[in-house]
Design a protein around this ligand. Structure first.
Ligand code: ADP
Length: 240
């Protein structure tokens, strides 16, 4: 049994809302369990600095940041190394989906902020960003959908929480002990092209186990995709 009594292939309670920031071209809020992300998109428009522009396509600039109040110990304000690394991973996750050739020489600014973190923030940020890009009218081959799967103890589970991630570890005097019993694999998936556009591995598993985790993750991404599509439909139905 999982700490929160979910089934092994069950997502945390998930909600999505499109159009939450009036001044952005597109925006969305995405929540999975206690992890909440908000995303706003500006562009396509003028790119700064101009010298980084590309003559045949738009340049996407991604900003991921975990807000100070998002974690129990106040996170230092402003992006740190981890935030920069995650921004890069989010950018890569959208590369096969966004049709950047439609807007040469321009910039698309994609901002994702974590309001509350309980693991899986990069995945929840991607889910929010995907909806924000769609509302902004950025052409994509499909929405990008994301969730982490993993192996906790001997179980293969979907949508890992922080408590599950930390399973088998304990901290004393600021030092980590224990042989990590948890492996966490964030995955992003583009259903239309069946491409996995994000795959990271934190932990130790065999190749066979990794295959099982990825399969479970893709199944989860498809469930996330359904929630994203519904959020977009709800938004456009309310608008009209
Ligand atoms: P992800 O959030 O994508 O799973 P990580 O594996 O780096 O990325 O982080 C896992 C979780 O650890 C975060 O979702 C958050 O709950 C917690 N965490 C990360 N960084 C910090 C931090 N600086 N302070 C407190 N908790 C953090």
């Amino acid at each position: 049994m999982r700490f929160d009594e979910r089934k092994e292939d069950e997502l945390r309670p998930t909600t999505a809302k499109v159009g939450v920031i009036k001044n952005a071209f597109g925006s969305a809020r995405f929540q999975m369990g206690k992890t909440i992300a908000i995303s706003g998109v500006y562009g396509p428009g003028e790119l700064h600095p101009r010298r980084i522009s590309q003559s045949d396509r738009a340049v996407i600039k991604v900003y991921y940041d975990m807000l100070s109040f998002s974690v129990p110990d106040r996170a230092r304000p402003g992006p740190d190394r981890r935030d920069h690394e995650i921004s890069l991973k989010i950018k890569e996750a959208f590369a096969p989906a966004v049709i950047r050739e439609e807007f040469p020489k321009t910039g698309i600014y994609l901002y994702t902020y974590i309001l509350q973190a309980d693991a899986g923030t990069r995945c929840v940020a991607i889910n929010a960003a995907s909806l924000a890009l769609a509302q902004a009218g950025i052409p994509m081959r499909d929405l990008v959908s994301s969730v982490a799967a993993g192996k906790i103890g001997e179980k293969f589970v979907l949508d890992v929480t922080k408590k599950e991630e930390d399973y088998g570890h304990f901290v004393e005097n600021n030092k980590w002990y224990g042989k990590g019993a948890a492996t966490d694999v964030p995955i992003a998936y583009v259903p239309a092209t069946k491409e996995v556009s994000l795959l990271q591995l934190d932990g130790e598993v065999s190749e066979e186990e990794l295959k099982k985790i990825v399969k479970l993750g893709i199944k989860g991404c498809k469930k996330v995709h359904e929630i994203q599509v519904k959020a977009l439909k709800d938004y456009y139905n309310e608008e009209n």
